[in-house]
Design a protein around this ligand. Structure first.
Ligand SMILES: [Zn+2]
Length: 153
């Protein structure tokens, strides 16, 4: 058994986000607003060997079952990620992430005049207008944004 499989299996209750693209684990945490401040046990494994000369990141969040709405945010950061729901050490649900039609909060609009960058504390909402090219459009100012070029909130 691979070491990475052991890490996935050793959780009692909670969610394991597996097959995150190498180097994207911290962005995923940030997008899901997982910061451990609620006292939950979180394990982050970066650069875990995965197959031949490949690496991945893994996140385990104990005692928390992530919903589709949350996990679909991951798709835009790491489309190959899988979500494993664990109860009593057993894998009870495994799902792939799916690209959402819209994405709120996690990206910041690059338009400095956009209302989401003002002091009004309006959270960003963007439509994913091109799922292959990963192109977003800000719903407030209509600016076109390339996922690979914009900053996370
Ligand atoms: Zn905007």
């Amino acid at each position: 058994m691979e070491q990475s499989e052991l890490m996935v299996r050793r959780i009692k209750e909670g969610t394991v986000i597996d097959h995150i693209d190498e180097g994207k684990g911290l962005q995923v945490l940030d997008a899901l607003r997982i910061d451990g401040k609620d006292g939950s046990l979180i394990t982050v494994a970066l650069n875990v060997p995965s197959g031949k000369s490949k690496k991945k990141d893994i996140i385990k969040v104990e005692n928390k079952f992530l919903k589709d709405d949350d996990t679909n945010k991951i798709a835009i950061i790491s489309p190959k990620a899988t979500i494993n729901i664990i109860k009593n050490y057993k894998l009870i649900e495994k799902r792939r992430v799916a690209l959402p039609n819209e994405i709120d909060r996690i990206f910041r609009c690059t338009n400095p005049d956009c209302i989401t960058n003002s002091t009004e504390h309006i959270e960003s909402v963007m439509d994913l207008i091109d799922k292959d090219g990963m192109i977003l459009k800000c719903r407030y100012c209509a600016r076109i944004l390339d996922v690979n070029e914009i900053k996370y909130n």
